[in-house]
Every structure is written in structure tokens, then in C-alpha cells.
Design a protein around this ligand. Structure first.
Ligand code: FE2
Ligand code: FE2
Length: 369
């Protein structure tokens, strides 16, 4: 235990990044080259990556590990292989294919995590391991074996889900990159702390396939539906933003190719969230966002394609784009957004330090040509 704590502190030391980002075999290239960072190593090997590229990939690996962790929790409780339950039935109200989509999104995140870490290793850079921080208690459901005993990196039980992305993608004259802000589509969901997974057997309702499910259970499923899209819109912007700091063309290919699947995830979840069942569960109110009731375009549920809006400058015509894509401080911004989401409630100071260090290093990366 003591040994692993020491290891975490060592990893968390920002100053040691350069030293630690090289494996023993890469370090044998020589101290002279190391003083110039990985770019010197790249030049020497002909296929290396810059220090900045490694930092970007390391932050993305961490983000993917966190994504995998949260998606695994959703899969265990409502994925394709999860047993029937009120929670799963509640999610199926958003779309009959929800369990399949949940399982597939989980597979994708795991593949991203494993690929990026393997690629880092192949370039002599250190992969990211968050296992020392896997300490959180998750759902205490016992009607699905194994769920309650597993330790988690992320907390899905006290979420404050930001739904301003809903309005942001429907705006025709505003862009967060130009300083604009957007109201929440589901204001109460952002204002309180709500669970997106059943915390116990009562909230799971094992075996229940009768519609409508209990209002509280449907509220948990609705919360998950909006959380899915919140997570994936974040990934959509993160990859597009960090791509602009990448130097090596192959690393750019990785960032664009993986980033594209985050966009596909977001688009899918964006469509499904609009089917959340209107309800009131205590302080939590899900409004009816369906298109057939009169409401402003900024809320209309079937407007799931990005509305063309101002891009780069108001002097250009409106353009249909993902947003935001500004690069400044984007990795740290992602850490802050996930923290505000409540995803890390219960995590240790060492975890925040480690993640912040990775974000800082990624944000310091500059494109080198
Ligand atoms: Fe991913
Ligand atoms: Fe994702």
C-alpha cells in the first residue's frame, strides 16, 4: 500500500514528467537527446512523437480510462447483457436499442484507452494507469452479481448534469468560443445532485418490464440519458480542440479518427435524450422537449443536427460545426467540467493532482512543424 502511494506521488510530480515519460529502453538513446525532449527522440528514430504529442495522448488516455469506467457501470446495469429491470426498461423508453448502444459505447471507450496506451508505449512514452485511484464505492445493487463489490474511478450517483449543450447546438447566432453562454435544457438536473444509476435493489427493480416504470426509476434513467450525451459532447470538443496542438501527422490521424467516434456517440445520445419521459421526481423536473408541442427552436427535440452558427468571426457566414473547438486550456477545462459534473465526488487529492498535471502538460503542448 505504502509503495503504491509513493508511486502515485512520484507520478503526480509535474516536474518529473519528462523523466518519467520515457521507458527504460527509450532512455538508452542518451541523455543529450532527452534534454531536448521526445522531439529529439523522434528525429533520431524517424517515427517518434514530440513531448507535446505524448502529453496530449497521455491526457486523452486518462480521459478514455475515465470514460471506460463510467460506461462499464452503465453496461453492468443496463447494457445488452444486463438482466431486465425497471432501470433498463426506463432507458428503453428513450429508445429500444439503448442497451445495445450502451454496450457498444463502452466497447469503444475501452478500445480507445487500450489503443492510446499501446501507441504511447510503442513510441517509448509512458502509458497512463489510473488503477491506484480505483477506490470509489459504486452501486450497491446485489440483484446483479458482482456490481456492488467492484471499485470505481468515477461516481455516477451524485451528478449535476449540465444540459446547456442542448441549447448550444441549437443556437444560430452564438458560439462558446466567442464567449457566449447557454441556459440548461433541463435546469433542475444541473442544479441538484442526482443519481444516473440505481444505487440499490429498490431503484433497480430487477425483472420489471412493465411500462410505465416507477417515476423515480424513470427519473434515474432520464438522468443517464442526458448524462450520456453530456459526456460524449465533451469528448467531441476535446478531441477537435487538442488536434490543433498535435505535431506528428500519425498522432493527428489518431486524434481525428478517435475524435470522430466521440462525435458519433454524441449524435446518437443527443437524439435519444430528447425522448426522456416528461416527469417530476421531487426537485427533478424533466420537461417535454418533443417537437410536437409549441416551444422555441433552442429546445425542440428533433433539431439534433448542429444548427449553423457564427464560427471564428461574425464576418463569415454561419457554419454548421461542432462547438467549442478553441484550444486554450481545453484539457484543464475538461477536468473542471467533469469535476463540476460530480463524477469525481469521493476521489482523493492525489487523483486530482495527477489528472491536473496531465491536463496542464497537454495544455502546454504546441504544434511543432
Ligand atoms: Fe472515447
Ligand atoms: Fe466517448
Amino acid at each position: 500500500m505504502k509503495q503504491s502511494e509513493t508511486a502515485i506521488r512520484k507520478q503526480a510530480d509535474r516536474r518529473s514528467f519528462l523523466k518519467n515519460s520515457l521507458t527504460a529502453s527509450a532512455a538508452t538513446v542518451g541523455v543529450g537527446l532527452l534534454s531536448n525532449g521526445l522531439s529529439a527522440l523522434g528525429a533520431d528514430h524517424g517515427d517518434g512523437i514530440t513531448e507535446g504529442d505524448a502529453a496530449i495522448l497521455r491526457f486523452l488516455a486518462a480521459a478514455e480510462i475515465l470514460e471506460t469506467d463510467l460506461w462499464v457501470q452503465y453496461t453492468e446495469l443496463a447494457g445488452q447483457d444486463a438482466p431486465a429491470s425497471g432501470y433498463k426498461t426506463g432507458l428503453i423508453q428513450l429508445d429500444g436499442d439503448m442497451p445495445q448502444y450502451i454496450s457498444d459505447n463502452t466497447d469503444d471507450e475501452l478500445s480507445h484507452e487500450l489503443f492510446i496506451n499501446a501507441y504511447l508505449k510503442s513510441k517509448g512514452a509512458k502509458p497512463v494507469d489510473l488503477d491506484p485511484f480505483r477506490t470509489l464505492e459504486g452501486s450497491q445493487v446485489t440483484d446483479i452479481p458482482g456490481v456492488a463489490s467492484r471499485k470505481r474511478l468515477t461516481n455516477l450517483m451524485q451528478l449535476s448534469v449540465d444540459t446547456s449543450w442542448w441549447v448550444r447546438y441549437r443556437s444560430s447566432d452564438k458560439n462558446p468560443d466567442l464567449g457566449d453562454t447557454f441556459p440548461n435544457a433541463v435546469p433542475t438536473l444541473a442544479a441538484g445532485k442526482f443519481t444516473a444509476i440505481p444505487r440499490n435493489n429498490a431503484e433497480l427493480e430487477i425483472g420489471n418490464t412493465i411500462v410505465p416504470v416507477d417515476t423515480h426509476v424513470q427519473a434515474i434513467a432520464n438522468t443517464a440519458g442526458f448524462h450520456f450525451a453530456f459526456i460524449e459532447q465533451g469528448g467531441t470538443s476535446l478531441y477537435a480542440s487538442l488536434a490543433q496542438r498535435v505535431s506528428n501527422v500519425e498522432v493527428l490521424r489518431i486524434v481525428l479518427s478517435i475524435g470522430g467516434t466521440e462525435i458519433m456517440h454524441f449524435q446518437t445520445w443527443h437524439d435519444k435524450a430528447g425522448n426522456a419521459i416528461p416527469l417530476t421526481d421531487g426537485a427533478l423536473v424533466f420537461p417535454d422537449l418533443t417537437a410536437d408541442i409549441p416551444q422555441p427552436e433552442t429546445l425542440q427535440s428533433n433539431l439534433i443536427m448542429p444548427e449553423p452558427t457564427v464560427f471564428l468571426s461574425k464576418k463569415f457566414p454561419a457554419c454548421s460545426i461542432i462547438r467549442p473547438t478553441a484550444t486554450k486550456g481545453v484539457a484543464m477545462g475538461a477536468v473542471k467540467a467533469l469535476t463540476a459534473d460530480g463524477l469525481f465526488i469521493g476521489q482523493t487529492p492525489d487523483f486530482f493532482e495527477f489528472l491536473s498535471d496531465l491536463a496542464e502538460e497537454a495544455d502546454e503542448a504546441r504544434r511543432e512543424i
